[in-house]
Design a protein around this ligand. Structure first.
Ligand SMILES: [Zn+2]
Length: 152
């Protein structure tokens, strides 16, 4: 999608349905990412000063790592989370991101929860530009990388 798109549900049945579908997708993500991490860990555990992985093992490990990275990138751009990650204003409260209405934000190539979107719009008084958002974007990327590197 090239332009912003806000998805707001009002019908309680659809809100419940959306929540359940998102919960299933989130569970599937964590099952798969944990599976890939466990596979990768098997290779890491094999490596000792006396044992190095064979060529085919290294190739397989790179494939698993690439799949893990692709899946994490897809998840962090998905509608299951807010693109602001740890800087999301919703995570400070008690609201669950699975229930949130979201806005597609092309600049971030991801979904932003409505409270974050409204926070930005209010702060910038409807004059949101890429330059305005760039510092937050870089902070988010740095924090996300730190979280991923430390397996939080
Ligand atoms: Zn948010």
């Amino acid at each position: 999608m090239k332009s912003k798109k806000k998805i707001v549900l009002i019908n309680p049945f659809l809100v419940r349905l959306r929540r359940n579908l998102r919960a299933i997708l989130k569970e599937a993500y964590f099952v798969e990412i944990n599976h890939l991490r466990a596979l990768n860990q098997l290779y890491i555990d094999k490596i000792t000063p006396d044992y190095k992985l064979s060529s085919s093992q290294r190739k397989r490990r790179r494939y698993i790592s690439r799949k893990e990275n692709e899946l994490m990138a897809s998840y962090h751009r998905s509608i299951l989370v807010c693109v602001f990650g740890p800087l999301c204003v919703t995570t400070e409260g008690t609201s669950d991101l699975l229930d949130m209405d979201k806005v597609w934000f092309p600049f971030f190539d991801g979904w932003m929860c409505l409270p974050c979107y409204e926070h930005i719009i209010k702060r910038k008084q409807m004059h949101v530009t890429q330059e305005d958002l760039e510092p937050s974007f870089h902070i988010t990327r740095l924090l996300r990388k730190e979280f991923e590197d430390n397996n939080f």
